[in-house]
Design a protein around this ligand. Structure first.
Ligand code: NG1
Ligand code: ZN
Length: 551
């Protein structure tokens, strides 16, 4: 095996994927994400980086996912997945950014050589990668650039085809744990569906079958996965799939999907003739890692059950099972949220459990959740999961229950560890989790919703010339820069009953986000609008982008 970089091969393949001179790329909270048509060079280079990351980790398999999630169809993106199915280690985000911005093929080789030096990569190690893409039209072209990157490094690659983001994470973890005592499952899509459907069936055995569930697939890859899952579930649960047009140009995430529902706080128009009062429905996002539930009440009024409501439902259920199992003193459940969590959810959870607030971005939530025995983390936007620590998993297997009730509760907990995707938020796994809890509690959407009453809230975004001028502290709840702006925001907040608002630069879009909540709907909207106005005035945005209404 070569112990130096194959520079000739890299050079010649890199010449086929030149970097656009005017663009600066950044590996952000969800990898690289921008217009798909500009990403060719990035994908080629990510192929090389994935191979180097694998070599650095002794040939363990690295995942590469090509997706732009809930973003519009012309966008695309790519992110790397570490061997345990987790997000890429933070230090490598910087390496990826530097390498993606090298202007020429020779600059690229220089940047790669420098990474090999600083990260002390043994180039004689093997490189293994597994990759997948969502249904975006720009996907196939970008994947072929990625494959050139693998070729440049002679990496062994496995194409997982068109798959959801959580399935790719699942595959990475399965491949890397295969044949060990920590084996996570069969490393195939079938293995994934089997694992989810089997544990679901165990968990709802003996319960009344839930009425059919309407699933808005955002016209994305979730449609394919949900269709498969539906077959594996058989009679245990019927999924009624909507928005499954994965080949209709422009349909992806358009007026449908989890982000549309969460941000507009509305039913996707395509479901208005489908959803009947009292029926449950949920929306996935474009790569099926976010999930939002909702229902119409008797008067036809729309009610949303977002990531915070899912966290509350699930955390309470797990706490109860742990208690019934007699493991209350040994297994502690905690919750992790971000500043976007509804204030009412935070209050509800804090009265019952330890709750931690961390900066936006899955890696922050995931790492904080790992510190609990059972860590429930959800972003308000519907991305989240539940992590069971290894000692907790061991405890559950070794535990000797002393009553049939204890024994049933432990079995349920073990099945939950199999149902819940331990690598990343997973809309399909989370959907089954919610269905399990609803079946156990005999809850309708309305009963679930009544756990607490959401404070009215609004999320807005402002386009500014330089979002990096906005810097935050205290888990992004306060601005430290631009100087003086936070004081002005505080003054505004104080004028609203139950007011809370904060401003932070987005990690995935070139905008600054504004969140506001207050006791009354009109006040939440007004507060968001006025804070957005302050941001705009401070940042000197273009007149056309001064917020007049919510985007
Ligand atoms: P940014 O663009 O940094 O706000 C958004 C979401 C995050 C996370 C990432 C990754 C909101 C307010 N922000 O990040 O929670 O999901 O996308 O997809 O929902
Ligand atoms: Zn997503």
């Amino acid at each position: 095996m070569a112990s130096s970089l194959p520079t000739k091969l890299i050079q010649s393949l890199s010449d086929l994927h030149p970097k656009p001179s005017h663009i600066h790329f950044q590996y952000g909270t969800a990898g690289f994400r921008t217009l798909g048509s500009t990403l060719d060079s990035v994908l080629f280079r990510v192929g090389i980086i994935a191979a180097l990351r694998s070599k650095k980790l002794d040939g363990r398999t690295i995942g590469v996912m090509v997706t732009a999630s809930h973003n519009p169809e012309p966008d695309n993106g790519v992110k790397l997945v570490d061997p345990r199915g987790e997000m890429l280690e933070a230090a490598w985000e910087g390496h990826a950014t530097t390498i993606s911005n090298a202007s020429t093929s020779s600059d690229l080789i220089e940047a790669l050589e420098s990474l090999v030096q600083t990260a002390k990569i043994d180039l004689s190690k093997p490189a293994n990668v597994v990759y997948a893409r969502d249904t975006r039209p720009s996907g196939p072209g970008l994947v072929s650039a990625l494959e050139d990157g693998f070729k440049a490094m002679s990496a062994t690659s496995r194409n997982a085809g068109v798959a959801t983001t959580p399935i790719l994470h699942y595959l990475v973890k399965c491949i890397n744990t295969k044949g060990t005592k920590y084996s996570y499952g069969d490393d195939s899509e079938e293995g994934y569906y089997r694992k989810l459907s089997t544990s679901y069936k165990k968990l709802v055995a003996g319960k009344a079958v839930q009425p059919p569930l309407i699933v808005d697939c955002a016209n994305g890859v979730g449609a394919l996965a949900a269709e498969q899952l539906n077959e594996y579930l058989g009679d245990a649960l019927q999924l009624v799939l909507e928005n499954t047009s994965i080949t209709t140009p422009g349909a992806l995430n358009n007026a449908c999907g989890a982000d549309y529902v969460k941000v507009s706080q509305k039913l996707p128009p395509s479901l208005s003739s489908v959803l009947k009062p009292g029926q449950r429905a949920c929306s996935l996002d474009g790569d099926a890692d976010r999930l939002i539930y909702y229902y119409l009440d008797d008067r036809g009024v729309f009610h949303m059950l977002d990531g915070d409501k899912i966290a509350a439902l699930v955390a309470a259920f797990i706490v109860e099972l742990v208690k019934v199992a007699g493991l209350e003193d040994q297994i502690k459940v905690g919750v992790v949220q971000t500043a976007y969590a509804n204030g009412a959810s935070t209050r509800y959870l804090q009265e019952r459990l330890p709750v931690k607030c961390v900066p936006t971005g899955v890696k922050h939530l995931h790492h904080a959740a790992e510190r609990y025995n059972v860590g429930v983390y959800f972003e308000a936007n519907g991305h989240g999961t539940v992590l069971f620590s290894q000692p907790t998993l061991d405890k559950l297997t070794e535990y000797q229950p002393s009553t049939p009730a204890q024994s049933r509760a432990v079995e349920h907990l073990v099945s939950l560890t199999e149902l819940i995707n331990q690598t990343v938020g997973d809309a399909l796994s989370d959907m089954l989790l919610v269905e399990v809890v609803l079946a156990h509690k005999s809850y309708s959407g309305e009963e679930w919703n009544s756990l607490y009453v959401d404070l009215p809230n609004r999320l807005a975004k402002v386009s500014v010339p330089n979002r990096n001028a906005f810097r935050t502290e205290d888990a992004e709840r306060r601005l430290v820069s631009p100087p003086g702006l936070q004081t002005k925001i505080d003054e505004l907040i104080n004028r609203y009953q139950g007011g809370r608002s904060f401003v932070r630069p987005s990690g995935t879009e070139d905008v600054v986000r504004v969140y506001a909540e207050a006791a009354l709907r009109t006040q939440a909207d007004e507060l968001a609008m006025r804070v957005a106005g302050l941001v705009y005035d401070e940042a000197g945005g273009e007149a056309a982008s001064r917020p007049k209404e919510f985007l």
